[in-house]
Design a protein around this ligand. Sequence first.
Ligand SMILES: [Zn+2]
Length: 452
Amino acid sequence: MGKPYEFILKNGLVVTGSGIEKADLGVKGEKIAAIHSSLSQNDADRVIDATGLYVMPGAIDVHTHPVYEDDLGGLSVTAAHGGTTTLIHYAYAKPGMKLVDAIQQFRDEGLKKSCLDFALHGTFFDPANQVEEIPKAFDLGVTSFKMFMTYAKLKWMTDDYWLTAAMDLIGANGGLAMVHAENGLVTDYFEDRSLKRKEDPKKNFIKTRPDFLEEEAIFRAITISTVTRCPLYVVHLSTARGIVPIQRAKEEGKIIYAETCPQYLTLTDRDLQKKGPLAKIGPPLRLDEDRFALWKAIQTGMMDTIASDHAPKAKTIKDPFFEAAFGSAQAETMLTVAYDEGVNTGRVNPCRLVQLLSENPAKIFGLYPKKGAIQKGSDADLVLFDPTRVWEIRQSSLHSGAPYTLYEGRRVLGKPLLTMQRGKIVVENGEMKGISGTGRFLPTKIKKVTCS
Ligand SMILES: [Zn+2]
């Protein structure tokens, strides 16, 4: 006779958004089958001693770009090592491409290569030719759509006309509009002026992208989302100023969610001055006052999610700054860095972190409580996290294809030791046990939710 469980996670501290409780978890098949004060050792094929460890729902990273140094397979590997169990990638519909073709391509590649379950956001690069396909994307299980309000020179920008057209269709179909909110034309003017004046592009990077431009773009996105009745999600919020219009919209009862990333919570323009092109990301790393305001927004409940904005580029510190690509590798360090900077400093407790990294993203994208929850019947998507483990982040021990990490040499307290997806161990003590191509595609469904 088979035993009641495949795994028992014994004596762990189970962390959810509502509290921490010492309990044993029984895992059967793909699901959490029991949460009990004491399960018998004999009832499982394997008992994992979780004494002194946090048992958390795996992180759900809803902001990833699998088109650079990590593809959909590689990204799932590096993310799994960091304690992430679900990814929501941006499916890039580049100019000349159909949105539905992009979605199908990313889905097929993910099904072939990903070791983690994943969903997709539609991402517009040529909205004039792509927004009409929005209703068709819903049939494919894609219900959230990203627009860039910046990168005009790169021709990635969605202008207000097409932002309105997209939000009109997204709202009417019950979806969610996501924006990279920075005023692209003003940024481009400042950048051109700075080039003409032959200013140092690194020293002036933050000056060509002032915080006002994020605040303005957020306000504009909120305005357009209000008149089109479309729910809005602001990705990678980076400034204190940007918080203000979101706060007001929330108070007015609008459906709006705010995301920030570990890099904006831990690093500043000082890091950019030291690391140059490696730390060139958009929006830019800001000032301490912004970083502290973002933590405050996490504490007050205003911030809804933390995601990685994983966009690993093949950059070196010697590359010319102006030509260097935007982006950095962040998926694998997300949980550890957020934990170290948030919990170890006393800013938040682990429950709040679980809300932002797992519960809220699952709720917003309609994956809860299958994902993002430790409940009987939920997918056994779990991470065992050792809050006492001191280690030093080194690129050489990470798994991204990016040749560097912005956290090189940072000593942190707290490490994910084991990642489990749907009852199967994906990573254990740094060893990859997951199998590429076992990840499933998750259709999303946007729900009106109040985040915790
Ligand atoms: Zn991004």
